[in-house]
Ligand binder design. Sequence first.
Ligand SMILES: NC(=O)c1ccc[n+]([C@@H]2O[C@H](COP(=O)([O-])OP(=O)(O)OC[C@H]3O[C@@H](n4cnc5c(N)ncnc54)[C@H](OP(=O)(O)O)[C@@H]3O)[C@@H](O)[C@H]2O)c1
Length: 274
Amino acid sequence: MKTGVIGTGNMGEILIDALVASKAASASDVLITNRTIEKARRIQERHPGMTVCREVTELVKTADIVFICVKPHDIYPLLEKVRPLFRSEQCAVSITSPVSTAQLESILPCSCMRMIPSITNKVLSGTVLYTYGEKCEKSWKAEMKKRMDQLCGEAVEINEAVTRAASDLVSCGPAFISFLTRKFIEGAETTGMDAQTAEKLAESMLAGLGELFKQREYTLAQLEEKVCVKGGVTGKGIAVLEAETGDMFTKLFQATHEKFAEDKQETMAQFGIP
Ligand SMILES: NC(=O)c1ccc[n+]([C@@H]2O[C@H](COP(=O)([O-])OP(=O)(O)OC[C@H]3O[C@@H](n4cnc5c(N)ncnc54)[C@H](OP(=O)(O)O)[C@@H]3O)[C@@H](O)[C@H]2O)c1
């Protein structure tokens, strides 16, 4: 089965590496293309046997599964160009949250689905979120679920209504937590610790924390209880966090949802349906 990836930017590249590393696809069965073709060629260099298609049309004609990894506003013009080449037996997978499966199905004659990956998939970890189109063939649902599980452990199906919140947790989450950790490190520096040591300690703490959750040692609440000894130092720190975070995350979700609504308005204007 041939797997095609259109768009080898940040996420396209991670997806290609993860597909091969997880054996969800073998390099010799993967076709890739990008507007700036040199980017695709650089990825091909570390995956012997992978095919770079100079034209998107060539990829769509050959691939069975077509991953579309371009920015939201680039999807419609791209699909408009290649739609006559799609065949009913193919599966198109968009990784862009503001483009709905209904919009994909309105323009393509094949099985369609949306898959939201995460940078954590680079190490075959974290989660992949997915939503099948209404007309997606049963056989493709089974095939794609198997492949998505290979990319992360267990892919999670979501419905349209929670797309943004789920994507914030899974896909934007690593950036949010990194940012907070940098703030944590800056705090440590005010005590006289050097930045390099603080960063090293914080990163290894995060890696260990991830491993604890991976091995299902604790839930979040259980972990907090274990570390937070009664009358101890951690409790003092938690009290500061409690007082200072306030409605910070409510505002964060409001901001991401506002941007999402703008992006959706743009795709709705292009596709003519939500
Ligand atoms: N970054 C993340 O963590 C993440 C996570 C989940 C989902 N996503 C979604 O993934 C999508 C891509 O994001 P990204 O961060 O990977 O963006 P990006 O780095 O800008 O990559 C987009 C790529 O698409 C290429 N492209 C645009 N139009 C094309 C066309 N017509 N034919 C072939 N290639 C084309 C661009 O080529 P050029 O080299 O010429 O610019 C670029 O390499 C977005 O919709 C984003 O929401 C991203």
